[in-house]
Design a protein around this ligand. Structure first.
Ligand code: FE2
Length: 378
């Protein structure tokens, strides 16, 4: 049977932010992304600015509204800076949209074909959890910098003609990030299974793994998580909901500050996590810290014969390690990327393991709770 919902991977992630110019500077200087395209008043877009940044196969779009009446500004007032759209690359956006609606999805934007000298781009969007969208993007007939309405950003003004600011921006110094590995949602208590059913029914995903609140609990708080995937590994979407604990779950803290469900973290892959994390730290990125006792425990607990890593280097960068039947993975989590304790990033290097670091959940969540307590929210 033909796959009616073929998804080719993550196309891009769009953030609604308070100040796209400054956010672009942050993701360039701290995370090593290079600005590749821009849309705004200078390119004929009147109500917003969008900066597109790239590293490896990752595309971030940072968008801000330009006036108090803008729905983008209202979104940012409600949620703070955060992810608006997790876009999927598809071979046929009109079909993906039609099939999604037939399967019960709620439409956010009908299919639209936009064209310029570089070809045509087809997009359509459906609603996901909270105010988050999934946009289907067919860029098979488009060769421009990002999309019609966007102009390419160069790292130097061309001689004589002088490309105008802001279409000139320095390149970022890449830190080795290659692709989006997974995108995690936080949803309200009791809503996890609704969204599991949504991804299974609408996008044809299957459940890869389930972590119950026994597996993910500390002395104070707990959460539950199910991981949906497309079957190929190109798209993996864990969904968390809070569970009963003695104190406030980190998921509840997120829901309070984000004003509802949304993207909790984006995991970005690297082939050399020690070098990537060292570069990020040098750029000023801050990470959650596990205590040094974690490394003594790992030295005892894990079978190091199958792990080609230097424990001292991992400890120096405070990188976490976890193993399963298929291999191992290395991971680390940043502090929240904005004022509100909402979105953060994970950096991950996989060696066979298809897991999410369940062996690290306890140490990690205790580290998160120390930060939560420091904010007065535990
Ligand atoms: Fe993760």
């Amino acid at each position: 049977m033909a796959d009616l919902m073929p998804l080719q991977g993550f196309a891009h992630v769009e953030f609604f932010v308070g100040n796209a110019k400054q956010a672009a500077h942050y993701y360039r200087t701290a995370f090593g992304f290079t600005p590749i395209a821009y849309a705004g008043p200078e390119t004929g877009v009147r109500d917003r600015t969008s900066w597109v940044l790239a590293q490896g196969d990752i595309r971030f779009v940072l968008t801000a509204g330009l006036g108090p009446e803008s729905p983008l500004v209202a979104h940012q007032a409600r949620h703070g800076d955060g992810v608006r759209d997790v876009a999927f690359a598809v071979p046929d956006a009109e079909q993906a949209y039609r099939v999604a609606l037939e399967r019960g999805a709620s439409g956010a934007r009908e299919p639209v074909i936009v064209e310029d000298d570089s070809g045509k781009l087809v997009t359509a969007s459906i609603h996901a959890y909270g105010d988050t969208l999934h946009t289907f993007v067919d860029r098979s007939n488009y060769s421009g910098a990002f999309a019609p309405g966007y102009q390419a950003v160069s790292d130097r003004a061309s001689d004589g003609t002088g490309t105008k600011a802001p279409l000139v921006a320095p390149r970022g110094t890449a830190v080795g990030l290659t692709m989006v590995d997974h995108v995690v949602a936080n949803v309200e208590l009791g809503r996890m299974n609704h969204w599991v059913d949504f991804y299974a029914g609408v996008l044809g995903f299957t459940q890869l793994v389930h972590y119950d609140d026994e597996a993910i609990s500390t002395e104070y708080s707990a959460l539950m998580s199910k991981v949906l995937w497309d079957g190929t590994g190109r798209i993996k979407l864990p969904i968390n909901e809070p569970a009963q604990g003695k104190r406030k779950s980190q998921i509840e803290e997120y829901l309070d500050f984000y004003g509802g469900p949304g993207v909790q973290h984006l995991a970005l892959a690297t082939d050399d996590i020690v070098a990537t994390v060292a570069a990020l730290r040098a750029n000023g990125v801050r990470f959650m810290r596990v205590p040094d006792t974690y490394y003594a425990e790992q030295r005892e607990k894990l079978d190091w014969s199958a792990i080609d890593e230097d424990l001292a280097s991992l400890r120096e960068q405070n990188i976490l390690i976890d193993t399963d039947d298929e291999g191992y993975l290395l991971q680390i989590f940043t502090e929240p990327a904005q004022d509100r304790p909402t979105l953060f990033f994970e950096v991950i290097e996989r060696h066979g393991s298809k897991g999410f670091g369940e062996g690290n959940f306890k140490a990690l969540f205790e580290a998160i709770e120390r930060e939560q307590a420091a904010r007065g929210n535990l």
